[in-house]
Design a protein around this ligand. Sequence first.
Ligand code: PMV
Length: 307
Amino acid sequence: MKSSAPGKIILFGEHAVVYGRPALAVPVTQVQADVDISDSSRAGIWIDAPAIRLHAELNTLPSDHPIAAVIHNFLFLLRVAPFPNLEIKISSTIPVASGLGSGAAVTVALTRALAAHLGRPMNDEEVNAFAYEIEKLYHGTPSGIDNTVVTYARPVYFIKGQLMETFKVGQPFTIVIADTGIPAPTKESVSDVRRLWMNHRAPWESVFDKIGEISFTARRAIEAGKYELLGELMNENHTLLQKLTISSPELDYLVEAARSAGALGAKLSGGGRGGNMIALVEPELAEVVADSLEEAGAKNTLIAQVS
Ligand code: PMV
């Protein structure tokens, strides 16, 4: 049984989303995680994930291994007994630890493939709830936006614990995603922001409010196809993320490079301090902006159409 799930990128609202403000994220379908499950003639559950050089039987993995955790939790939750003999092949083109949701995509694709193969179908809501539990094991206090956008594979307007709406893109738009090459320490940056907020809530609440308003306005701009406005909103959001201390010299440099090369706007995306930045571009400028980002030190760039 085969299943796949796309990458994702946060367009607006990272960090503020942890504090109940809205955020926007979209799937990145150019990259994806694939899982293929078949019955095995040998005993055990064999996992083959060449990209991370993993070839092992489930019970030889530490129980906190992310892939083992998905399988153990799934079998436990659905009371699958005795354990089936399986071959599980996992591959992914989503760069790891850069804010493209590789972990969530593997979790979602693996969950769906297990559900289908074992004849225990799960709907999107159930897959999403399960994937969120797994995210919590690895990311401290995640908002749940990653697993949500990856599960539904649609643009998502998200308020933690309250609202999840998919929405329509007025006119397709193009973003360039550039990787600093520095792993994004999301758990650390989330807890650093929490420390700031705990010490002095009022000023940070007001930063979160401003970011939330940007997400709200950005959704309207995307629905109406107002992309100049969307670019400005990206720039404003980046400034607020700098205030939250989660940008870095490398991210700021790439953001500046994208703007100088003609992007309509640019910001860091995701946990920050490393990982990715995104730039909104006119389609005909996408290559030029991507080249400038590589010249400015980006380790990898991706041009994504959002529709
Ligand atoms: O680094 P990413 O793309 O997985 O995003 C992290 C987003 C945060 O808002 C910082 C944390 C969260 O759980 O939403």
